[in-house]
Structure formats: structure tokens, C-alpha cells
Design a protein around this ligand. Structure first.
Ligand code: SF4
Length: 298
């Protein structure tokens, strides 16, 4: 409402639903860490719930929109990104956050991920990466390590996992970071930066699943690449970022966790490009729709 000029009383910085649903995530689930970090980030930025649109896919992660007070859309498998893109283009003042699991985002929705990154839509995409499909009881996912045993791969996965950070860089994401549920302060800070970034901000969020991933890494100890003497990472240097990402992905398979900000590119977002070309009207669709006096072209 405030995004389209309608005043409404809001409880400042309150992102817990008035009638709080009982979270059905298992004890020890990393998803709690994402919720906590997201609430912390929105509060730090002074956002109101009615300025935020949270779109989720299918999976345990999809429940995030039920436990977070804002406009929300619990969508279908792998499709949180096209819905988010449309919302942002219609109402650029909305803070749009999409969230889903590694199966949802890197598997079923992999094509949307690639093109949303390429087009640099201005939004945040949080991928809960627990290296399995959790909601459907632990099947192998695109990020499951090679050799990982599950009900669908009882003899162990014969596939190498995808490299989400490198994939994101190749596709064209303009902000790329990895954090972990065990590190809520870093996670909150990264979400704040991602929201402030104008463009597609991808966060690979390591979330342990103690119920179905019995080999689950708890993602500790972790090393923040920004604090490490081993890496002299210039996040604006694509080649440098690529090398450190590759290292982080390789070491994760060996149980070593590297987190932090990996890449940032300040090129214009898709919405900015469209407005620049004149293809997209200066007055956003949402504003025109709610303005009774707006004269539509016929
Ligand atoms: Fe979390 Fe795994 Fe339980 Fe799902 S099944 S709520 S991912 S611990």
C-alpha cells in the first residue's frame, strides 16, 4: 500500500505474523536460520511488511512465506522467479524476495534461475541449500555430493553436484554470496547487502537437514573469504571471483565451508534498462492500475 501512496498504520519492523503459525520445520532445521536472518535484515533496513513481497517455491523452504509477515505467495515448484520478476516489473517499489530449496531452484526451476540471472532482475533470491529434497523425504538433489546415498540413489549418487556459485556467475547474476544458517549474523548482513543491491542478488544459503540428510554437514567450522588471509578477493573482479567460487565449491565436497561475498557487478538491472529504452512506462503498472484518473492508451 505504501508503495502506491496509500497510507496505512503498520507495526514498524514487525515481520512475525499476528497469528503466528506453528512452524512445522523439524528441530535443528537450518530453515529457522534463514527466517531469523531475513527478519533481522528487514528490521535493520527499516522496512515495513507491506513493502515486501516474498515468493516461495515448493519444499520445506516454501513454508517461509507462511512464517514471515509481508505480502506472500507460496507458488509452484521451481516457479518463484517468474512470479517475482513480474511483481517487480509491475511495482518497482516493492522489495521482492524469492526463496526456495536447491531442488526447487537449481533443479526444477533451473531454467528460470539461469535467465533471471542473465536478465539481472532487481530482486533477492535465497536458495536453501541442504543438498537433498527435504519435504519429499530425502531424495538426491542437484547439490547432493557424489556418492551420497538416498532412497532414490541407494548405491550412492554417480553424479557430480552442480556448482551453484559458478553457475550463477556464468549466467549473469550481479551479486553472489554464500552463507550458512549456523552463522545468522553474517547471513543477516549478506541479506541486507543483497536487498540494497540493484540487480539479481543470489544467496546460496547452506541449511542443514538433520532429518533426511544423515550425512548432513552442519556447515561448521566455516571460513569467511573476506576475513581469510588465504584469499585476496576483489568481488568486482570476475576472474578472481570465479577462482574463489570454484575453490569454495570444491572444498565443500570435502567438508570445508567457505562463505562470504563472492561477486558484485553494478550494471543496470533489467527494469532500469527497460525504462532507459522507453519500452517500459515511467509510471509502473501497479500505480496505473490503482489510479482511477490514469488514462490508458487504447
Ligand atoms: Fe528441515 Fe529437513 Fe525437516 Fe525439511 S525435512 S523441515 S529441510 S530438517
Amino acid at each position: 500500500f505504501s508503495a502506491i501512496g496509500i497510507d496505512r498504520e503498520v507495526d514498524q519492523n514487525e515481520f512475525t505474523p499476528g497469528i503466528e503459525p506453528q512452524a512445522t520445520w523439524c528441530p535443528g532445521c537450518g530453515d529457522f536460520g534463514v527466517l531469523k536472518a531475513l527478519k533481522g535484515a528487514m528490521t535493520e533496513l527499516g522496512k515495513n511488511p507491506d513493502e515486501v513481497f516474498l515468493v516461495t517455491g515448493i519444499g520445506c523452504s516454501g513454508k517461509l512465506s507462511s512464517y514471515f509477515e509481508s505480502y506472500g505467495y507460496h507458488s509452484i515448484h521451481g516457479r518463484s522467479l517468474p512470479i517475482s520478476r513480474a511483481a517487480k516489473l509491475a511495482n518497482p517499489d516493492l522489495e521482492v524476495v524469492a526463496a526456495g530449496g536447491d531442488g526447487d531452484g537449481y533443479g526444477i526451476g533451473g531454467n528460470h534461475f539461469m535467465h533471471t540471472a542473465r536478465e539481472n532482475h532487481d530482486m533477492v533470491y535465497i536458495v536453501f541449500n541442504n543438498e537433498i529434497f527435504g519435504l519429499t523425504k530425502g531424495q538426491t538433489s542437484p547439490t547432493s555430493p557424489k556418492g551420497h546415498k538416498s532412497k532414490t540413489q541407494p548405491h550412492g549418487s554417480a553424479k557430480d553436484p552442480i556448482r551453484p556459485l559458478s553457475m550463477s556467475l556464468s549466467a549473469g547474476a550481479s551479486y553472489i554470496a554464500r552463507t550458512a544458517a549456523v552463522n545468522p549474523r553474517q547471513a543477516k548482513d549478506i541479506i541486507v547487502e543483497a536487498i540494497e543491491h540493484d540487480g539479481f542478488a543470489h544467496i546460496d544459503f547452506l541449511t542443514q537437514c538433520p532429518t533426511w540428510n544423515k550425512d548432513a554437514k552442519q556447515y561448521v567450522p566455516y571460513t569467511d573469504v573476506q576475513d581469510s588471509d588465504e584469499f585476496e578477493l576483489d568481488v568486482t573482479d570476475r576472474r578472481n571471483a570465479s577462482e574463489v567460487m570454484y575453490e569454495a565449491e570444491s572444498r565443500l565436497a570435502e567438508g570445508e565451508v567457505l562463505t562470504g561475498r563472492f561477486y558484485r557487478d553494478d550494471r543496470p538491472s533489467y527494469g532500469q534498462e527497460k525504462r532507459h529504452t522507453g519500452e517500459m512506462p515511467e509510471v509502473p503498472l501497479a500505480e496505473r492500475y490503482f489510479n482511477d484518473d490514469y488514462e490508458w492508451e487504447r
